[in-house]
Design a protein around this ligand. Structure first.
Ligand SMILES: Cc1cc2nc3c(=O)[nH]c(=O)nc-3n(C[C@H](O)[C@H](O)[C@H](O)COP(=O)(O)OP(=O)(O)OC[C@H]3O[C@@H](n4cnc5c(N)ncnc54)[C@H](O)[C@@H]3O)c2cc1C
Length: 377
C-alpha cells in the first residue's frame, strides 16, 4: 500500500475483535484495508468469550453469526445459584437474531479470531504482523503513518484498534482515564460438564463464579477475586489458587474443581476500565474498541461494543460518501459515545458494589445494561 494515496484507503492498528470487525465492515463498503498488528499470528489468549445477543446481532450483520454458532455453543439461559447451592432463578435472554437461533453463544477466543481472520482474508484485507504505527501526521485531508518497519502509508482513514493499552491513542494525543479496581478476574478452560447447557452463575459469600460453555466439549470457569493488588502469580500457582478460591462456592461449583488442572488453560487478569472522555478522533484518525471504551469484563460486553464500532464506523463513512472522512468520524463518535459511556460507567459501579459485597444490588444494573445493549445500534 506504500504507493497508495487517497480516498477509501484505511490502515487499522490492531487485529483484535474491533480491528478485524472494522476491517471487514469497511472492505464490504469498498475500502481497501490494511492492518498492522504488533503480535504474531495466532497469538490470541486461549480462554473463552461470551458473545451476548448484541455481539451475535453485530456479527450477523457481518454475515458471521452462524459460523460463530457452529464453532461455539449456542445457549439462551442464565441460571443463578444461591449461596446454599440452590438454583435461585433462571433468566431467559431475548433472542436478538430471531427466535430460531440462540440468544447468545460461548466461543473459544482462537475460534472467533479464526472466523474473523478468514472473513477479512476473503475481503482482501492485508494483515501485517510484528508492526505498529510509530508516527502519525496529518497530510492535507490524508493521514500519513510511519510504521515501525520504516515504511510509510498515506491513507484517508487511520483506525486505532489496539486495545486498552493503545499506543495509537497516545500518537493522536487523545487522553483516557484507565483505572484498576482492586479486582482480578480468572478464566479457566475445562471439559464441559453435561449439565452446563447455559451459563451458570454461583453466588459465593465473598464473590461470584460461574461456568460458560464454549463448545460441545469445553467450557470456561470465571471467578472474580476482590480486594487484591496487581501481583503476578507464577503459572504453576494458577490452577491450585483458582481451585482454592472456588472451594467455598456451593452446589455444582464443587464438580468444577477437579476439572481445573492444566496451568496453560488458567488466566488471571486485572479488572481495568477505560474511557476516552474527549474527542475520539483527530482529522481522519479515530480510536475504537477498548482503545476508546473498555468496560469491566463482568459485563461481557466489551466485544459487543467493539464489533458494533466496526459496523457503525463503516455505515457512517458510507453515509458521508466516504469522502468527508472527518464528518463521518464525528457522526460515528456521536452515535457511539453515550452507549459506550453508560456501559463503562455502570460496570465501574458494579465493580464497586461487588467489592462492598452488595452483590444483590448489582442485578438491576446488569439488567439495565442488557436492556440498553439490546436497543438497536
Ligand atoms: C478476562 C476478560 C474477559 C472478558 N470476557 C468478555 C466476554 O465474555 N464478552 C465480551 O464481550 N467481552 C469480554 N471481555 C472484553 C473483551 O475482551 C474486549 O472488550 C475486546 O477484546 C476488545 O477488543 P479490541 O479489539 O478493542 O481489543 P483487543 O482484543 O485487546 O485487541 C487489540 C489488538 O491490538 C493489538 N495491539 C496492541 N497494541 C498494538 C500496537 N501498538 N500496534 C499494533 N497492534 C497492537 C493486540 O495484539 C490485539 O491483537 C473480556 C475481557 C477480559 C480482560
Amino acid at each position: 500500500m506504500d504507493s497508495d494515496r487517497g480516498a477509501r484507503t484505511a490502515l487499522i492498528v490492531g487485529a483484535g475483535v474491533a480491528g478485524l470487525a472494522a476491517a471487514i465492515a469497511l472492505a464490504r463498503e469498498g475500502w481497501r484495508v490494511e492492518i498492522a498488528e504488533i503480535g504474531p499470528p495466532d497469538a490470541t489468549s486461549g480462554w473463552g468469550l461470551c458473545l451476548t445477543g448484541p455481539s451475535l446481532r453485530a456479527l450477523d450483520a457481518l454475515g458471521l453469526a452462524d459460523a460463530c454458532l457452529a464453532e461455539g455453543y449456542g445457549m439462551s439461559t442464565i441460571t443463578h445459584v444461591d449461596v446454599h447451592g440452590e438454583p435461585a432463578s433462571m433468566i431467559r435472554l431475548p433472542h436478538l437474531i430471531g427466535a430460531r437461533r440462540p440468544a447468545m453463544a460461548g466461543i473459544a477466543r482462537p475460534a472467533l479470531h479464526r472466523i474473523l481472520y478468514a472473513e477479512a482474508e476473503r475481503w482482501d484485507v492485508a494483515v501485517r504482523h510484528g508492526v505498529t504505527a510509530a508516527a502519525v501526521d496529518q497530510d492535507g485531508e490524508l493521514v500519513r503513518v510511519r510504521l515501525s518497519d520504516g515504511t510509510v502509508r498515506t491513507v484517508a482513514l487511520l483506525v486505532g484498534a489496539d486495545g486498552i493499552r493503545s499506543s495509537t491513542r497516545g500518537l493522536l494525543r487523545l487522553a483516557s482515564s484507565r483505572a484498576f479496581h482492586g479486582q482480578m478476574v480468572w478464566r479457566a478452560l475445562v471439559p464441559r460438564p453435561r449439565w452446563a447447557t447455559g451459563i451458570h452463575q454461583f453466588a459465593g459469600k465473598t464473590g461470584t463464579a460461574g461456568l460458560v460453555p464454549v463448545s460441545d466439549k469445553q467450557a470456561y470457569v470465571f471467578l472474580t477475586e476482590n480486594g487484591v493488588g496487581r501481583d503476578v502469580l507464577p503459572d504453576s500457582e494458577l490452577a491450585p489458587r483458582l481451585r482454592h478460591l472456588l472451594e467455598p462456592f456451593p452446589g455444582r461449583a464443587a464438580e468444577i474443581l477437579p476439572l481445573i488442572s492444566a496451568p496453560a488453560a488458567v488466566v488471571r487478569r486485572p479488572v481495568l476500565t477505560d474511557f476516552v472522555d474527549g474527542a475520539w478522533n483527530r482529522g481522519g484518525a479515530v480510536v475504537i474498541g477498548d482503545a476508546a471504551h473498555a468496560p469491566a469484563p463482568q459485563m461481557a460486553s466489551g466485544a459487543a461494543l467493539a464489533i458494533e464500532d466496526g459496523l457503525v464506523l463503516a455505515r457512517e463513512l458510507a453515509r458521508h460518501d466516504s469522502v468527508d472522512v472527518d464528518a463521518g468520524l464525528q457522526a460515528f463518535v456521536r452515535r457511539r459515545r453515550q452507549r459506550c459511556r453508560t456501559l463503562v460507567e455502570t460496570s465501574v459501579t458494579i465493580v464497586a458494589l461487588e467489592r462492598a459485597r452488595r452483590h444483590h444490588e448489582t442485578y438491576p444494573l446488569v439488567d439495565s445494561c442488557h436492556r440498553l445493549m439490546a436497543e438497536p445500534v
